[in-house]
Design a protein around this ligand. Structure first.
Ligand SMILES: CC(C)(COP(=O)(O)OP(=O)(O)OC[C@H]1O[C@@H](n2cnc3c(N)ncnc32)[C@H](O)[C@@H]1OP(=O)(O)O)[C@@H](O)C(=O)NCCC(=O)NCCS
Length: 193
């Protein structure tokens, strides 16, 4: 995708704000990740307890460059007021077809250990799907998860995504979505449904 500085950047609800990550987010990103390592490490390879603020800040700045260039879109999920980072999300373009105008993105999502299990993941996923299929150019959104990741699977089901590749079928996962040889599920939502 070419450089397009007008990508949507922010979506606010009464419970959280989703916005592009960037300069100045390193400390909050580090705090959320370091406090969540056992919870995140199975699916997020860069979740380490020795992550420094400088590394997290660098990561957030690189993420913003990639966002501006339309490579992929790393988002922070912030508390209202912005004091805390509750988690992270992303849109990653996985397919485009200029002929039929199809533009497919995969959603990534994590919620910090302290904020998980209270309905936030489901609420954020609903917001991402709604936002992604209206203000963004995506025509189809995918959610892929290991079949063993019950929280992820339930989030997709509760957010109204449809299972398109399931038990017994082969699916190729995004990096970190599942371990080698682990079975994957693929859910989707389409614009206009
Ligand atoms: C997956 C994740 C985003 C879900 O966020 P969350 O805020 O915990 O989700 P919710 O509170 O909305 O819960 C959604 C469902 O998952 C269930 N759930 C939550 N944590 C769970 C756990 N550890 N084990 C099993 N089910 C769990 C909830 O009970 C709920 O289902 P229910 O309504 O049938 O009871 C979060 O757990 C997470 O960040 N996990 C690590 C990263 C990850 O796996 N990301 C997804 C990659 S595909």
């Amino acid at each position: 995708m070419s450089e397009a500085p007008s990508w949507p950047r922010r979506r606010a609800t009464t419970r959280f704000v989703i916005r592009a990550l960037g300069a100045g987010d390193g400390a909050r990103l580090r705090e959320a990740v370091v406090g969540s390592v056992p919870h995140l490490a199975p699916v997020i390879p860069w979740a380490r307890s020795d992550l420094t603020v400088a590394e997290a800040e660098h990561w957030a700045r690189v993420a913003w460059l990639r966002y501006r260039q339309g490579v992929d879109f790393a988002l922070g999920i912030f508390s209202v007021g912005g004091r805390r980072l509750l988690g992270g999300a992303s849109f990653h373009c996985v397919a485009r077809s200029p002929e039929d105008g199809e533009l497919v993105a995969e959603i990534g999502l994590w919620i910090s250990a302290g904020d998980a299990g209270a309905g936030l993941g489901t609420e954020v996923l609903r917001a991402l799907v709604c936002w992604g299929l209206t203000d963004w150019p995506w025509t189809r959104l995918l959610w892929r998860c290991a079949a063993s990741n019950s929280a992820s699977r339930r989030c997709a089901e509760k957010a109204g995504l449809r299972l398109v590749v399931g038990d017994g079928e082969a699916a190729t996962g995004a990096d970190g979505a599942a371990g080698v040889g682990e079975h994957l599920l693929c859910f989707e939502a389409r614009r206009g449904e």
